[in-house]
Write a protein that binds this ligand. Sequence first.
Ligand SMILES: CC(C)(COP(=O)(O)OP(=O)(O)OC[C@H]1O[C@@H](n2cnc3c(N)ncnc32)[C@H](O)[C@@H]1OP(=O)(O)O)[C@@H](O)C(=O)NCCC(=O)NCCS
Length: 215
Amino acid sequence: MPRESSTTRTRQGQAKSPPFVFRPLTPHLMDELGTVLRGSWGTGCWCTYPRLTDAQMRELPGPGAANQRRRDAMTQLARRRRAPGLLAFEGDEPVGWIAIAPRTELARIETSRATPRVDDEDVWVIPCVTVRKTARGRGIALALIRAAVTYATAHGAPAVEAYPRAGATRIGDDNAYFGTEPLFRRAGFRVVRKPLENRPRNWVPRVTMRINAAH
Ligand SMILES: CC(C)(COP(=O)(O)OP(=O)(O)OC[C@H]1O[C@@H](n2cnc3c(N)ncnc32)[C@H](O)[C@@H]1OP(=O)(O)O)[C@@H](O)C(=O)NCCC(=O)NCCS
């Protein structure tokens, strides 16, 4: 994908052009991914969590510790022509990461009772977004979502889906990794399914949101 810049709006609503550049993950950008994930749950999972069931996680090949084998698995994915996600850069500094893939590649999402399919559309999914701790609150997550939709569309996705937390309650950043309803709404997604009824009481209420690709 060619480098892609983004325009966002300031909190006051004035247009500005932040110097963000989005790059598909490649093996030589793995350290930059590590920099973004540092201090979050992503440090341990290297964003393999949505892709693998617990059994698949345990069976990851390689001699190293679990963290290293997950990093290796993500590096393998980054070798493919279609990247497993995009990094956002501000100048030379990596400031954000977003995972995006066809839903069929995200085994945990496909099998989870929390994220059942709405229909048979061959959707792509944004399962996780992370902004570097020092860069939060500046619209980078929103810019990443827009860039990910553009990337998926360029690769033929008919629609992109996400399963963010319902409502606009402020929560701890660590618990906002699958995004929030207002965040995706601002990126043009609409709710296609409300929170599951009869979900266990300890489950976070999540909506299914979708944006159709503009081919
Ligand atoms: C959630 C996260 C991606 C948001 O990134 P960000 O760049 O700060 O988000 P933005 O500035 O684009 O925020 C846009 C909107 O998202 C929503 N939002 C962001 N953080 C939120 C939070 N903690 N709670 C509720 N809503 C939130 C708000 O609606 C916000 O709009 P507002 O600032 O006008 O209220 C960031 O806090 C993060 O990386 N958290 C850690 C995720 C993580 O643990 N990842 C690893 C998983 S393995």
